[in-house]
Ligand binder design. Structure first.
Ligand code: FE2
Length: 191
């Protein structure tokens, strides 16, 4: 009996993935099925090939002047999913995820990611920069220090989809050339 039900479940999932309004629903269902922290590889797998439509994301898309905005799609004790909306020039502080790992899908626009290294003696140092186009997936492991942003010269808005496990709490922030580590709580007022 189980062998008969399994293909039906897969078929249903496939239908959801291929139906524009169902892509987000299918991903949230996959997140809800976890009873432990999904690995970074699993988060990558969930976002790679995801095909979200404008209808999927409309409830979570909104921009504001001065700072990128965060819109929460799902959160439980194991995992969190957000849609972030950035105008040109918006960027995060330089930060790590304080024990969480995360994957990011570019839905629309151009994402710049700047990577850093940290040493207690020499402080924070620039390492490299990468650019991501729509459909690209990037991510950060537990020790990674980075900064994400919409280039000020992009002339277009940026929409990114983020999954973190465990859900983000208080983050560590850094300054170039400094060994000082500060604390930062993302603005959840509209998440
Ligand atoms: Fe990050």
């Amino acid at each position: 009996m189980a062998t008969q039900l399994e293909p039906l479940a897969n078929a249903t999932q496939e239908l959801c993935r291929n139906t524009p309004a169902g892509a987000l629903f299918a991903l949230v269902a996959a997140l809800e099925a976890h009873t432990s922290h999904p690995s970074l590889e699993q988060l990558y797998g969930m976002l790679q090939g995801a095909n979200f439509s404008e209808d999927d994301l409309r409830p979570y898309v909104g921009f504001k002047a001065g700072h990128y905005s965060r819109h929460r799609v799902f959160r439980n004790q194991w995992v969190e999913m957000l849609v972030l909306c950035w105008q040109p020039g918006h960027r995060t502080p330089i930060h790590d995820h304080n024990g969480s790992h995360g994957a990011v899908l570019v839905q629309q626009g151009v994402l710049w990611e700047t990577m850093f290294t940290f040493d207690e003696e020499t402080g924070l140092r620039y390492n490299s920069v990468r650019e991501y186009q729509p459909g690209a997936v990037t991510g950060a492991g537990v020790p990674d220090i980075h900064q994400l942003g919409n280039p000020d010269v992009s002339e277009q808005n940026l929409i990114t989809i983020h999954i973190y496990a465990p859900p983000l709490g208080v983050l560590h922030t850094y300054k170039p050339g400094s060994a000082t580590i500060d604390l930062y709580t993302p603005d959840d007022s509209e998440a």
